[in-house]
Design a protein around this ligand. Structure first.
Ligand code: 2NE
Length: 270
C-alpha cells in the first residue's frame, strides 16, 4: 500500500491510501502509552478520517512491533489525571473512546505486541481487531491505581461475557493472541509479518460494501449498548437518510420558494 502521510503531529502518524486511513500511535519508547497531546492529536486525526469523503475505513495501530498501546503514560500521571503542556490533569482518552464509537465508518484495531490498560480499552472500542501472533491483551488498572468503569468495563463484558470481564479486571492477567481469539476479543490472529496485509485485506472487503449499510449497522449495533446516546446517533442517521429523499427535499424547496409544500405524491407506506 502506498500510504500518503499528512498532518503535523508529534505523537501520532496519519496516513491515507485507497479509501483507508491509518492512525498510528508513535511513542514506541513508552510502548505507545498515551499522554494528553497524543489523545488530542488522535482526536484530530479521527475527525480528519471522518470528514474525508474518500475514507471508508480507519485503522488504529501502534508504532513498532512491541505494543499497540500500553494505556495512560504513568510517568506524566498527576494527582487528578494525565498532565499535558497546560499543566491540567485530564482523562481525555474517554473522549476518544466516544469518538471511535460515534465515527460512522468501521474502525479496525491492528494489534502487534501489548494492548494493555487504557490501550486495551481502545481496541475494545474499535469495531474489529486483527492481532499479530505476538499480541498480548489485558487490563492493569487495579495494579497501578486506576480503572475504567465505562466502555472498559461493560463493553468488555458485552464482548467476552461477564465472568471473563471480571477475571480480566480483578486478576490483571495478560492473555496471548490465541486466548484472546478464544474469548471473542479479537477477530483474527495472523503471523506478525502478515499483520498489515491481513488488516488491509479486511479493509478492502469492507470498502467493497455499501457505505450507508455499514454506517447503519455500526449505529444499530452500538445503539443497543449506548442507550440514549446510541439512539441519538442512530436517529441522526435516520435524518440523514430522510434528507436524501425527495419527500424531505420537497419541504425544504417549498420553504425556499415561499409556497405550501405538496407531499401528495409521496406514499403513506404500510
Ligand atoms: C506494556 C508492558 C507490559 C511492556 O512490558 P515490557 O517488559 O515489554 O517493556 P517495559 O520495559 O516495561 O517498557 C518499556 C519502556 O516503556 C515504558 C517503560 O517504563 C519502559 O521505559 P523505561 O522506564 O525503561 O525508560 N512504559 C511502558 N508502559 C508505559 C506506560 N503505560 N506509561 C509510561 N511508560 C511506560 C509494561 O511496560 C507495562 O505493564 N506497562 C504499564 C501498563 C499500564 O499499567 N498502563 C496504565 C493502565 S491505566 C490506564 O491506562 C487508564 C485507565 O485505567 C483509565 C483511564 C485512562 C487510562
Amino acid at each position: 500500500v502506498d500510504w500518503k502521510r499528512s498532518g503535523d503531529y508529534e505523537d501520532i502518524i496519519y496516513e491515507t491510501a485507497e479509501g483507508m486511513a491509518k492512525i498510528t500511535i508513535n511513542r514506541p519508547e513508552r510502548r505507545n502509552a498515551f499522554r494528553p497531546t497524543t489523545l488530542s492529536e488522535l482526536q484530530h486525526a479521527f475527525t480528519s478520517a471522518r470528514d474525508d469523503g474518500e475514507v471508508g475505513v480507519v485503522i488504529l495501530t501502534g508504532a513498532g512491533t512491541e505494543a499497540f498501546c500500553s494505556g495512560g503514560d504513568q510517568k506524566i500521571r498527576g494527582d487528578d489525571g494525565y498532565i499535558g503542556p497546560d499543566g491540567i490533569g485530564r482523562l481525555n482518552v474517554l473522549d476518544l473512546q466516544v469518538q471511535i464509537r460515534r465515527l460512522p465508518k468501521p474502525v479496525i484495531a491492528m494489534v502487534a505486541g501489548y494492548a494493555v490498560g487504557g490501550g486495551h480499552v481502545l481496541h475494545v472500542c474499535c469495531d474489529l481487531t486483527i492481532a499479530a501472533d505476538n499480541a498480548m491483551f489485558g487490563q492493569t488498572g487495579p495494579k497501578v491505581g486506576s480503572f475504567d468503569g465505562g466502555y472498559g468495563a461493560w463493553l468488555l463484558a458485552e464482548t467476552v461475557g461477564l465472568k471473563k470481564a471480571r477475571e480480566i479486571w480483578y486478576l490483571c492477567r495478560f492473555y496471548n493472541a490465541e486466548e484472546a481469539l478464544g474469548m471473542g476479543l479479537v477477530n483474527k490472529v495472523v503471523p506478525l509479518e502478515e499483520l498489515e496485509a491481513e488488516t488491509v485485506q479486511w479493509c478492502r472487503e469492507m470498502l467493497d460494501k455499501s457505505p450507508l449499510a455499514l454506517r447503519m449497522l455500526k449505529g444499530a449495533i452500538n445503539a443497543v449498548s449506548d442507550g440514549a446516546a446510541g439512539m441519538q446517533q442512530f436517529a441522526g442517521d435516520a435524518t440523514l437518510l430522510y434528507y436524501m429523499s425527495e419527500e424531505a427535499q420537497e419541504g425544504r424547496d417549498a420553504f425556499k420558494e415561499k409556497r405550501r409544500p405538496d407531499f401528495s405524491r409521496f406514499p403513506r407506506r404500510p
